[in-house]
Design a binder for this molecule. Structure first.
Ligand code: DGL
Length: 270
C-alpha cells in the first residue's frame, strides 16, 4: 500500500476532465493536479517546447514524491511520452485521441476528430490514424482557438458556438455520426456540442478509460493506496491559483486547495 500522490499534468484546465474520472474511480488516492496555464495552449507551440516543458514539469512532479504520472494532455503525450518513459522512474499513463473506440462505435464509419494542431501533426497520432484507416474514414480538424476560451472558463458563449459550428458542420455534411474529443479540454464543451448537434454525433471522451488504465498500472506495480487512506488534493497553477480554484468549482464542483507555482521554462538546449 503506497500513500504517495499521483501527479496529473496538463497544459491547463483540460486535465481536470481526467482528474474528475480518476477521483470517481480511485477516491482514496492522493492527487497533485498541475495546470501549466501560463504556457497554454500547447497545441500551437513549437513541438520542441512542448516536449521540453512536459519533461521539466514531470521531473518536478517526481521530486514532489509522485508515485505515478498521468499526462492528461493529448498534445504533451504525443510529443513527450516516450522521453518521459525513458527518463522517469515512475509509471507514466498517457492519453491519445479515442480513434479506436470511435471506429467501433460509428455506424456510418465516418468519424470526426477534433484535436489540437500539434496532436494532428504528430508522428504518433498519424501512426494511429494509419493503423485504423481501414476501419473508418477520419475527418480531422484542429480546434484552433477553443483552448484559450476554455482556459478563461468560457464553454458556451456565442464565440465558442460559432467555432464549434465551423468545425462540426462539414463533418456532419460528410456523414460523421461520431466525434472524438481529442483534447482533454474539449469534454467541457460536451453540453454545448450536444446543444448544437443534438444526437447526430456520439461523443468519445477517453477520461474513464484513462482512469481505468491508471488503476491497472497501480495494481501492476503494487502502488495503490489503502482503501481507508485519507487522500490529500493539491491543485497547482503556473498562472493563477484563484482562477484554478474558481474553475475547479465551476467545472467539477469541488473546493480546490489551489496554489500558484513558478517554474520557469528551461532555456532551449541544442
Ligand atoms: N489539453 C491538451 C490536450 O489534450 C492541450 C490543450 C492545449 O494546450 O493546446 O491536447
Amino acid at each position: 500500500m503506497n500513500p504517495s500522490p499521483i501527479g496529473i499534468f496538463d497544459s491547463g484546465l483540460g486535465g481536470l476532465s481526467v482528474l474528475r474520472e480518476v477521483r470517481a474511480l480511485l477516491p482514496h488516492e492522493s492527487l497533485i493536479y498541475f495546470a501549466d496555464s501560463r504556457y497554454a495552449p500547447y497545441g500551437e507551440k513549437p513541438e520542441r517546447f512542448v516536449e521540453a516543458r512536459t519533461l521539466q514539469v514531470c521531473e518536478w512532479l517526481v521530486t514532489q514524491g509522485c508515485k505515478a504520472l498521468v499526462i492528461a494532455c493529448n498534445t504533451a503525450t504525443m510529443h513527450a511520452v516516450q522521453t518521459l518513459r525513458e527518463r522517469l522512474g515512475v509509471p507514466i499513463i498517457g492519453v491519445e485521441p479515442g480513434l479506436k473506440p470511435a471506429a467501433a462505435a460509428s455506424r456510418s464509419k465516418v468519424v470526426g476528430v477534433l484535436a489540437t494542431a500539434n496532436t494532428l501533426k504528430s508522428a504518433k497520432f498519424n501512426r494511429l490514424l494509419t493503423s485504423l484507416g481501414n476501419e473508418s474514414r477520419f475527418l480531422c480538424e484542429a480546434g484552433i482557438g477553443l483552448v484559450p476560451l476554455i482556459e478563461q472558463g468560457d464553454v458556451s458563449s456565442e464565440a465558442v458556438r460559432q467555432k464549434l459550428n465551423n468545425f462540426l458542420t462539414p463533418m456532419l455534411e460528410a456523414g460523421a455520426d461520431t466525434l472524438v474529443l481529442g483534447c482533454t479540454h474539449y469534454p467541457f464543451l460536451s453540453e454545448t456540442i450536444e446543444d448544437l448537434v443534438g444526437n447526430q454525433l456520439a461523443l468519445i471522451d477517453t477520461g474513464v478509460a484513462i482512469a481505468r488504465q491508471l488503476a491497472r498500472k497501480l495494481a501492476e506495480f503494487g502502488l495503490a493506496s489503502s482503501p481507508d487512506a485519507q487522500p490529500t488534493m493539491r491543485y497547482l497553477s503556473t498562472k493563477d491559483a484563484a482562477h484554478l480554484r474558481e474553475m475547479a468549482a465551476a467545472l467539477l464542483h469541488v473546493e480546490a486547495n489551489a496554489e500558484t507555482i513558478a517554474i520557469e521554462p528551461a532555456p532551449p538546449t541544442e
